[in-house]
Write a protein of this length. Structure first.
Length: 125
């Protein structure tokens, strides 16, 4: 991994993932876009998808878009049923990155009944 200006270490992320503020935790899950999402961080992001704070769910879905598709796609598919449209849109964006897997393709195919997701899906490609 690079140690340039945009580099954020995974150990540094571990400290803010446990922050008591949901917005700080949510932001910490968006960092894997620049660092990648190794298995330990992906496991934390998967667990975060059960948090009540929608902002955290959006961040966790973002992190999972950079994780291994096999464990990520099934939990992202469940997020497509979240009551918050922003969470559903983040799940679609993440699943689109994993569309090489059958789980992601199946989840994206079933997301066509949600108008919010349908409207967002073309932008997520």
């Amino acid at each position: 991994m690079s140690t340039g200006a945009g580099y954020v270490s995974h150990s540094a992320l571990a400290g803010v993932i446990d922050d008591p503020d949901a917005l700080v935790r949510a932001a910490s899950y968006e960092a894997p876009g620049t660092t990648g999402c190794p298995a330990p961080l992906a496991a934390r992001a998967q667990a975060a998808l059960s948090d009540p704070a929608w902002q955290l769910l959006v961040g966790a879905a973002s992190a999972l878009s950079f994780a291994n598709a096999n464990p990520a796609a099934p939990v992202l598919a469940k997020a497509l049923a979240d009551p918050n449209a922003d969470v559903r849109k983040a799940a679609v964006a993440a699943l689109t990155r994993h569309r090489a897997t059958e789980d992601a393709r199946a989840a994206l195919a079933t997301a066509t009944t949600d108008p919010d997701v349908r409207a967002y899906r073309p932008r997520a490609r």
